[in-house]
Design a protein. Structure first.
Length: 115
């Protein structure tokens, strides 16, 4: 199960994920998040992974797809609060990690955005 909380504040879409980001929840992420970003051509996204318990290659693909969309609008995607060691390791092992900015928390992510 994956719960998604989205909040738009100061030109940035904060996406807070809670649960599993994997093959079973990929469709939920794609259906709930990607249309919001595409329809509004959002350029600044912060994905808070603090409450993500598991991620697999499908979950990483979700994040990469999101990043590709944001990059097409000349924007930035920042991952923050990678507190779960297994999730952090899985993301760091992926070939896509160099595409993302990473910060400790949402407040630090605001500095990365430099709006």
């Amino acid at each position: 199960m994956l719960n998604i909380n989205m909040e738009f504040k100061k030109g940035i879409l904060f996406i807070r994920l809670d649960g599993l980001l994997n093959k079973r929840t990929k469709e939920t992420f794609d259906n709930d998040v990607l249309p919001v970003v595409l329809d509004n051509e959002l350029k600044y996204i912060v994905v808070n992974l603090d409450k993500v318990l598991e991620v697999d290659t499908y979950g990483i693909e979700c994040l990469n797809d999101l990043n590709d969309i944001v990059a097409s609008f000349n924007g930035k995607t920042t991952l923050c609060s990678l507190t779960n060691k297994k999730v952090k390791q899985k993301i760091e092992e992926s070939k896509f990690i160099s595409s993302f900015y990473e910060t400790n928390n949402e407040l630090t992510a605001l500095g990365v955005m430099k709006l």
